[in-house]
Design a protein around this ligand. Structure first.
Ligand code: MN
Length: 233
């Protein structure tokens, strides 16, 4: 017996420093995880429990080569397409109800990623109490750089996170400003779903989100982790 439609290839990100690939299983994203961004979105950063949304695995756009930034298509049905620069966690070992002290054992590596957002659709959904899927989980909504393995970089708890658009800094913060840090996020999420190898967690964006237009060059960096770049087409 065979499959009745053609099998697709598993989305994957390159592992920095070699020829290996990290297969992407699911993409979870944390909402409102830097205080200044929470205020900018009109909420109080009072350390409520983290909340999550997701993107399909094939929303990944591989941003491996800064010299050849891949195209990210300006999506349909929006006139307010926003960048959200984020630290991405790559899960290497699965588990449910992971204890805080054990959380880093489950991480294979880290990357710089963009949680691209149709802000107009997100606000409309929010105002009507509707799901965020079409504002967050659309085609090419998850550009991501190479995965830097923990074996090479350790677990970055501090470091600059920055995004430039056409050479101008739009977002700049420090990983130390995360409301829920990486171990807390992994532990909390694993109490909601069993994490599996290949899962990615976008950990939330700092302040400074804003719109992009066709032709814009986005260049992001997470200090000690890596870079990504892409162009809106
Ligand atoms: Mn985000």
């Amino acid at each position: 017996m065979g499959y009745v439609v053609p099998i697709w290839s598993i989305p994957a990100l390159p592992v920095a420093g070699g020829a290996d690939l990290f297969p992407v299983r699911r993409i979870y994203c944390v909402g409102r995880n830097y205080a200044a961004h929470v205020r900018a979105m009109g909420f109080d950063p009072d350390r409520e429990p983290p909340f999550f949304f997701s993107k399909p695995a094939d929303a990944i756009v591989v941003c491996a080569d800064p010299a050849a930034p891949p195209a990210v298509a300006y999506p349909p049905a929006t006139s307010n397409f926003h960048h959200e620069m984020e630290l991405v966690v790559a899960i290497g070992k699965g588990g449910a109800d992971i204890k805080l002290e054990a959380a880093t054992d489950h991480i294979f590596g880290y990357a710089a990623g963009l949680d691209m957002t149709r802000r107009d659709l997100q606000f409309a959904a929010r105002d009507k109490g509707r799901p965020w899927d079409m504002s967050k989980g659309f085609d090419q909504s998850a550009p991501c750089g190479p995965i830097a393995p923990v074996a090479r970089i350790g677990h970055p708890a501090r470091g600059r996170i920055e995004l430039k658009v056409n050479g101008q800094t739009r977002q700049k913060a420090d990983l130390g400003e995360l409301i829920w840090n990486v171990p807390e996020t992994v532990a909390y999420l694993s109490g909601l779903v069993r994490l599996e190898p290949g899962d990615l967690i976008y950990t939330g964006t700092p302040e400074g989100v804003g719109p992009v237009v066709r032709g814009d060059l986005l260049e992001g960096e997470v200090e000690g982790v890596g870079r990504l770049s892409c162009r809106i087409a």
